[in-house]
Ligand binder design. Structure first.
Ligand SMILES: Cc1ncc(COP(=O)(O)O)c(C=O)c1O
Length: 390
């Protein structure tokens, strides 16, 4: 039976390595750095890639392969490679595909470390980036140059929860023969499949909702097999591979991803509705609230609204700081997509080194608070936010 025809939940649970002679029900952990060969010819043929088999866990490992296979099935991708972190996935994907002199067109609002790659490190290799405003996707084509190779975006964005029209990005990329790469971290493969809309590659920080319990770091890139081949060859030689232990944890986590995401989203919608009616909240951004500026686009491309709610607290930076200090149940942490709800105030913490103007350019206002809604009893989360807002 081909797993391609099975439901996503079944794929996440029943995609499993072949059983060993011990007939284990749950997949074992292959904690080994290398694999052995029968003889010199077996070793030669393996290195020559005449055989598809594991050689060394920097190249591949059974647990890593199982994790990648599941993500490929869930995203509708041809192939993939798993990384130690989401940032290793982002960096290695770009580094494998770009040459000196190439140009990237990226959404202005992307994860901080991705932005640092574009502004601080890639220029060292003469790779430049232009940014389009996430709220003005009609301007994207103005930034495309003859040397543009990649179109890059996240949707929903971190931390402002803006939505980009993936179908539109897919069309632009196709018309201009660009490689469209989407960081699908906030949506997960359960909520949104960018390949359906024309993405060539999809990246995840598996550290977030894929693990979902704040335990391990991981990343993965899936998509077109010709591009993944380049990424694999680069990574096999540079060493950003996911550890077998983390792959085992993440593959197990995928078994419960659909049920976890359903509950995360149900809780997040309730939190968003509560915030929308609070007098000390100026505005709320949640993809499945009708008030979200890109609500129609979100409905078109997302199955659910995700677990991240952004809101604007009245009173700017000082109110944001006070709010964080009053929080009791939720965690103050840099992570997101955990069973535990987490609140952050980007202007006074992660983005405090930027000027107000720079922050505004990436949709971070002084009163912006990001809530990663967890799986606690939702009324307890709402009560915590309520007492902190008063
Ligand atoms: C959208 C997005 N992409 C990439 C990353 C990087 O992932 P990691 O922390 O696993 O390196 C993050 C981390 O927060 C993220 O939010």
């Amino acid at each position: 039976m081909s797993n391609q025809n099975l439901g996503l939940e079944t794929q996440a649970i029943r995609t499993q390595l072949e059983r060993t002679q011990y007939l284990e029900h749950s997949v074992p952990l292959y904690l080994t750095s290398s694999f052995i060969f029968d003889d010199a010819e077996d070793m030669r043929a393996s290195f020559a890639e005449e055989k598809e088999r594991n050689i060394y866990s920097r190249f591949s490992n059974p647990n890593t392969s199982e994790f990648v296979e599941k993500i490929c099935l869930m995203e509708g991708a041809e192939d993939g490679y798993a990384f130690a972190t989401g940032m290793a996935a982002v960096y290695s994907t770009f580094a494998a595909l770009l040459n000196s002199g190439d140009h990237i067109v990226s959404a202005s609002s992307v994860f901080g470390s991705t932005h640092t790659l574009f502004t601080k490190y890639f220029p060292k290799w003469n790779i430049t980036t232009s940014y389009f405003d996430v709220n003005k996707p009609e301007t994207i084509e103005n930034y495309i140059q003859p040397n543009t190779k990649i179109l890059y975006a996240e949707s929903p964005t971190n931390p402002a929860v803006d939505i980009l029209d993936l179908e539109l990005l897919g069309k632009i990329a196709k018309n201009h023969k660009l490689i469209l790469i989407i960081d699908n971290c906030f949506a997960t493969p359960y909520i949104q499949n960018p390949i359906q809309f024309g993405a060539d590659l999809v990246i995840h920080s598996a550290t977030k909702l894929i693990d979902g319990q704040g335990r391990v770091l991981g990343g993965v890139t899936v998509g077109r097999s010709d591009l993944i081949r380049e990424i694999y060859l680069f990574s096999r030689n540079t060493g950003p591979a996911l550890s077998p232990f983390n792959a085992w944890v993440l593959s197990k986590s995928l078994e419960t991803l659909p049920v976890r995401i359903e509950k995360h989203c149900e809780n997040a919608l309730k939190v968003a509705e509560f915030l929308e009616n609070h007098p000390n909240v100026a505005s709320v951004k949640y993809p499945f609230l009708k008030s979200h500026p890109q609500y129609e686009v979100a409905k078109k491309q997302m199955k659910l609204g995700g677990n991240i709610v952004a809101f604007e607290i009245k009173g700017g930076i000082e109110s944001g700081r006070k709010f964080l200090n009053k929080i009791k149940l939720c965690s103050l942490s840099a992570n997101l997509g955990d069973t535990r709800s987490i609140v952050t105030h980007p202007a006074s913490t992660t983005h405090s080194k930027l000027t107000e103007e720079e922050r505004l350019a990436v949709s971070i206002t002084d009163g912006l608070v990001r809530v990663s809604v967890g799986l606690e009893t939702v009324q307890d989360v709402i009560n915590d936010l309520k007492q902190a807002l008063e």
